[in-house]
Design a protein around this ligand. Structure first.
Ligand SMILES: C[S@@+](CC[C@H](N)C(=O)[O-])C[C@H]1O[C@@H](n2cnc3c(N)ncnc32)[C@H](O)[C@@H]1O
Length: 176
């Protein structure tokens, strides 16, 4: 793929304004047909899965958090189903809201998993982003389970973005 051949597919159940080069699906991501239709729209193996989905608010904060975390989980499972090796996953989550099972699943499948609070996210908001980098490829998780001597020497604490002003609030997902 070249810069002239960027393929982006987007999904939202609300109407979105058209964007050049972006195939837009107006559909519920939780619809069982959504993954297949997204993959059809992108027409190849994606390098990146990004989710900014947040469930419509009900006014009951705990319910809203749970529903948005569910969207994050479904997006994460979609990512490990479709990403090519070396691909990345970024999704909206909440401070302290990422379930251990989800973090463990991502850590098994990606070389680095961190939480980010970008500068553009309001400080008073509990919103965070979960970033999983360098997908190991399908089969990595089961290979890990079979191989307790797994010698992946990638140190998931080494890679930081300290020189970027937006990454002041980044922290390792292990610390949650
Ligand atoms: C925080 S907004 C982000 C919108 C977009 N990133 C933007 O900046 O305009 C969350 C979006 O998630 C969408 N959303 C929530 N649940 C969804 C679902 N199940 N399927 C598709 N989109 C969903 C909402 O319609 C909303 O547009």
């Amino acid at each position: 793929m070249t810069d002239e051949d960027i393929r982006v597919a987007a999904i939202d159940f609300l109407e979105m304004a058209p964007l050049p080069g972006v195939k837009i699906l107006q559909l519920d991501f939780l619809d069982p047909e959504a993954p297949r239709l997204l993959m059809e729209a992108i027409g190849g193996t994606p390098d990146l899965v990004i989710s900014d989905m947040a469930a419509p608010t009900t006014g009951h904060q705990k319910t809203d958090h749970l529903r948005t975390m569910h969207l994050c989980e479904v997006a994460a499972h979609f990512a490990v189903e479709v990403l090519g090796p070396g691909g990345h996953f970024l999704a909206k989550t909440f401070q302290g809201g990422t379930e251990k099972d989800l973090l463990n699943m991502l850590k098994q499948n990606f070389k680095q998993v961190i939480h980010i609070k970008p500068g553009s996210s309001r400080q008073e908001s509990v919103e965070m982003f979960l970033l999983a980098k360098h997908f190991k490829g399908r089969g990595a998780a089961s290979a890990l389970a079979d191989d307790s001597e797994n010698d992946d020497d990638y140190d998931d604490r080494d890679e930081r973005y300290d020189d970027h002003p937006d990454h002041d609030h980044e922290r390792d997902a292990d610390q949650d």
